[in-house]
Design a protein around this ligand. Structure first.
Ligand code: P6P
Length: 337
């Protein structure tokens, strides 16, 4: 009989491996677990209740907010406030950062940045979506309000990051800087159980993941790399296979398990690409590097980029190191064309 190991038991067992996972971080991950169970429940019945579709409001990104986007944002925000370990959050669904100015939270040591429901436009068509979160220690004094500097920290300063993927099963995948570990939700006991300990991405793969509908707008280096992926060459296992779900968490999770590369590049119209640095690319990049993958803007590691604003976008390349190396060669070769 396989014994189920919960996230809480795993952290206690590996206490020495989690330099930041004193009580507060464990409690913080507990809040994320609780919120993801609630969001999971709503997603699983989305087709039956009036909670899909848009709410008629656009977020600061100018994107149509989905009802579940807002629902998920509020569930995670309230779960984090209730635990008292977090003094503030930044979210794709909040125009500005939010200070938890109550006696329970205002002096707490951590801030959380999140995309509460990434890929939410897929919900109506029953395609996997995800929650992405990134955790930092605050840099402002604990006896004052949170400040922008607490949130625009360089990615290497993250103390933890992870995602929840609401797919054929619901999984929580996280790192605190000591490997990447996956926990699968067992609804029969209401627990996330260890299912993928110490995940490592295959060094290479056969899957490339990009929205080829934007092909004519891609930089020449990306176009040349896509041609390379599609050429016949048995020695390098090409042509590769194109897989694009349109949900970063799902595309990244598949590549993490099978090997592959995901690219959301810049275009002439969107010179910084589409994905947000702080609450999409930095957390995924932390996980990627911890799992032996690479994550760059096409040239430089994402985790070394110094953020300047909450919702800034950045071109995003992430995946198996050998595939990333080849993509970088094309990006460098055609950098100025
Ligand atoms: P496009 C979802 O909106 C998202 O932020 C990522 O999850 C996903 O990979 C990408 O955007 C999809 O964007 O332009 O290809 O629809």
């Amino acid at each position: 009989m396989r014994t189920q190991k919960s996230l809480g038991e795993f952290i206690i067992e590996k206490q020495a491996d989690f330099p930041h996972a004193k009580g507060e971080l464990s409690a913080l991950l507990g809040a994320i677990k609780l919120a993801s169970k609630i969001v999971n429940r709503e997603i699983n019945k989305a087709g039956l209740v009036d909670i899909t579709g848009s709410n008629g409001v656009k977020n600061i990104q100018g994107e149509q907010q989905q009802k579940l986007d807002i629902y998920a944002n509020d569930i995670f925000k309230n779960a984090l406030i209730a635990r008292g370990e977090v003094c503030g959050i930044a979210s794709e669904e909040e125009d500005n950062f939010v200070f938890f100015d109550n006696k329970n939270s205002r002096n707490a040591s951590y801030v959380v940045l999140m995309d509460p429901l990434d890929g939410s436009s897929n919900i109506d068509v029953n395609v996997s979506v995800g929650t992405i979160f990134s955790i930092y220690r605050r840099v402002s004094p604990n006896d004052g309000p949170v400040e922008l500097d607490d949130f625009i920290q360089v990615g290497r300063k993250q103390v933890a990051a992870g995602y929840v993927i609401y797919g054929s099963s619901t999984m929580l995948v996280f790192t605190t800087g000591n490997g990447v570990h996956g926990f699968t939700y067992d609804p029969s006991i209401g627990m996330f159980c260890l299912s993928h300990e110490s995940l490592k991405i295959p060094k290479t793969g056969k899957i490339y993941s990009i929205n080829e509908g934007n092909y004519i707008k891609f930089p020449l280096g990306v176009k040349k790399y896509l041609k390379y992926c599609q050429e016949e060459d048995k020695t390098t296992n090409r042509p590769y296979t194109s897989r694009y779900i349109g949900s970063l968490v799902a595309d990244f999770h598949r590549n993490l398990l099978k090997g592959g590369i995901y690219i959301y590049p810049q275009t002439a119209q969107a010179p910084s690409g589409k994905l947000r640095l702080l609450y999409e690319c930095n957390p995924i990049a932390f996980l990627a590097e911890q799992a032996g993958a690479l994550a760059t803007d096409g040239y430089n590691p994402i985790l070394d980029l110094k953020p300047t604003e909450l919702h800034q976008r950045v071109p995003f390349f992430t995946g198996s190191p050998e595939m990333m190396e080849t993509a970088h060669q094309f990006m460098e070769k055609y950098k100025d064309e």
